[in-house]
Write a protein that binds this ligand. Sequence first.
Ligand code: G3P
Ligand code: MG
Length: 245
Amino acid sequence: MKRTEVYAHRGFSAMAPENTMAAFQRAVDAGADGVELDVHLTKDNKVVVIHDETVKRTTDGTGKVRELTLEELRRLDAGSWFDPEFKGEKIPTLEEVLQLVAEHGMKINIELKNNRVIYPELEQKVANLLQQYGLVKQAVISSFNHYSLKVMKQVQPEIDTAILYMEGLVDPWVYAKHAGATSLHPYWYTVVEEVVKGCQKENLPVRPFTVNQPKGMRRLLQLGVDAIITDKPDVLREEMEKTAA
Ligand code: G3P
Ligand code: MG
């Protein structure tokens, strides 16, 4: 059986402010296989890494990402809200993170936040950047907006796309295939043996999110999921070592 991969959710977000270079660097240092991050488009159509549609929760500014230019966003402090130690962290561009990921031969899960705000051509822009950094094969694109994933496959047929979902779907592999996706990122509570087995039969990787408790990690490791997305890659690695021992 293949080893379960470790994806650091929004970077190593238990240790550093989510979706900042500090969090991604710590994920590298912790030996994560990959990082998960969220992307939006700025007013001047640049792909930036931030979770919410607005900057309020994770910076010292206010306003919608879509209504601010990259230059305006880069002036914001995206670190102090987490801890004064991280004062001066910036909202990264996707390019900055791709550079780090490429340097370290890591994997990357880009979540398209094409939900409340629909960003035209976000898929094409992300595909172009992945191509530019030679990361198409190391990337998986996920979204709660499955129409956006369909567009992504049209734009870049080779790329792995993953449906994100929250509830206990019946035969989710049937739906995933119907939607044209090539993997599944379910909310971890919904992942039972039947789901893992059904997906394995169809060769569709399952990567549950966001698993932070050792007990949940152990259960999913035993089920043989392909990856686990976690805020705490250090805890997951410890659990994996114990399971292997
Ligand atoms: O991609 C998994 C997870 O990040 C989805 O939810 O809200 O943390 O982006 P959220
Ligand atoms: Mg996310």
